[in-house]
Design a protein. Structure first.
Length: 417
């Protein structure tokens, strides 16, 4: 027989356990603190991590950081038709500083609009920012002209007679070589190269840019192929080929920045080449009616790609030439003197040029050269641009400019930018 006092003690124990279990269940179901719609919580608590709002914010200055504002209107006022011209300045600052310094300790801020560049960092970083800022605001205010040429040579043996005219330049990208030439030696080298019978040379349209802005040049063609088959049941069972497309060709991003005295030039360069070396034909078996099999064919692309991402600095009275090594050279079937077509391929087009209409069975290889030269102010170098290239620039003299900013970096890794 249970004594009344013992029954009362057990009842109290059950109530305590019930209360504890209910509280634990409530904690599991609602780990966050909730507030009414009218209340503005001073802080949020989520999984023991606090997120607070500080109305009276004081920026940390433990590493000597201070706030600076730079007037951009002397530069941006000249680029009224360019969307967000201040982005070019931010890009060049990040190329010099890297991105990690703005996202790690010590705390820093980098932001800009069309009128003002705002920087919060220590003394060393402020000096780096100011050096870039001076080139934009106190440098040349007129659009400048640059010339680029792409040369494809069937053999790298051209170096045998040319090395004495060229001064090597250090390059970080594997397989890429760079040289500086005087303009006189550049003319001699050009004559030597053009005397070969395995050379295809294309002079790209002269690029007119305001200082620090970027230009995108590309030449692409589409290669279609059958990727797979899908079964269609209505109105009767049949297999439908599914095609796909690969963009084959090259893309070039070019961003020059002249020094304030216009005697030196920095260039951020990004180049990519994609080539369909061949389309491998693969027969496949597909189930048909009455348990039989039918045979179809799909294409499996064999791709070759090449990438370069570099930054160079050289005197404006000299010419910079890059060799990308013997790389994939996508053929352009739209013109006999294709940018990446070899002379042998051009000669094999046949009667009436019917060979141009057929895809090449295999890709070619060539020693790719890129020649870059500063011409001078655009007002003194007004020339007509060919129309067989696509040039998108934040510049004058080009209809409907497309403001694009390649996120390029220094050849020496300085972070994620």
């Amino acid at each position: 027989m249970i004594h009344p006092s013992q029954f009362q003690a057990k009842s109290n124990l059950f109530r305590i356990l019930e209360f504890a279990m209910g509280a634990a269940f409530a904690t599991i179901q609602s780990p966050c603190v909730s507030y009414s719609q009218d209340a503005t919580p001073p802080e949020m608590v989520t999984n023991q991590a606090k997120v607070s709002r500080n109305a009276a914010l004081t920026l940390p200055s433990d590493a000597g950081q201070y706030w600076m504002e730079y007037d951009l209107r002397p530069y941006t006022s000249r680029l009224k038709n360019v969307d967000r011209p201040q982005q070019a300045l931010l890009d060049w600052i990040l190329r010099d500083t890297g991105t990690d310094v703005w996202f790690n300790e010590p705390a820093g801020v980098l932001t800009a609009d069309r009128s003002t560049l705002r920087v919060y960092h220590n003394e060393g970083m402020q000096k780096t920012v100011q050096q870039v800022y001076e080139k934009f605001v106190n440098g040349t205010s007129e659009p400048q002209t640059f010339a680029l040429r792409i040369i494809m040579i069937g053999s790298p043996a051209w170096r045998q007679r040319a090395m004495g005219w060229m001064k090597p330049v250090e390059v970080q990208a594997p397989g890429v070589s760079a040289w500086l030439l005087t303009k006189e030696n550049s003319a001699l080298l050009g004559a030597l190269i053009r005397s070969r019978n395995d050379v295809v040379e294309t002079a790209l349209p002269q690029i007119t840019l305001f200082n620090g802005q970027s230009s995108n040049i590309e030449q692409l063609r589409s290669r279609n192929y059958v990727r797979e088959y899908t079964r269609q049941e209505q109105p009767y069972p049949v297999y439908i080929p599914v095609s796909d497309e690969i963009q084959e060709g090259y893309k070039l991003q070019f961003s020059p920045l002249l020094s304030t005295d216009m005697r030196a030039m920095d260039v951020s360069l990004k180049c990519s080449i994609d080539q369909v070396e061949r389309l491998n034909n693969v027969p496949i078996d597909l189930p048909a009616a009455n348990g039989t099999m039918t045979t179809a064919q799909i294409n499996v692309p064999q791709l070759v790609s090449w990438r370069m991402h570099e930054r160079f600095r050289w005197p404006t009275d000299q010419v910079l030439m890059l060799s990308c090594g013997v790389i994939a050279a996508p053929n352009n079937s739209t013109a006999p003197n294709s940018l990446f077509g070899s002379p042998a391929m051009v000669a094999s087009n046949g009667i009436l040029g019917l060979g141009k209409l057929l895809p090449n069975a295999a890709g070619t290889r060539s020693d790719a050269l890129l020649v870059m030269e500063y011409i001078g102010p655009a007002a003194a170098n007004l020339t007509a641009s060919p129309t067989n290239q696509t040039v998108n620039t934040g510049s004058v003299g080009v209809p409907a400019p497309i403001a694009t900013n390649p996120n390029t970096s220094s050849p020496i890794s300085r972070g994620r930018y």
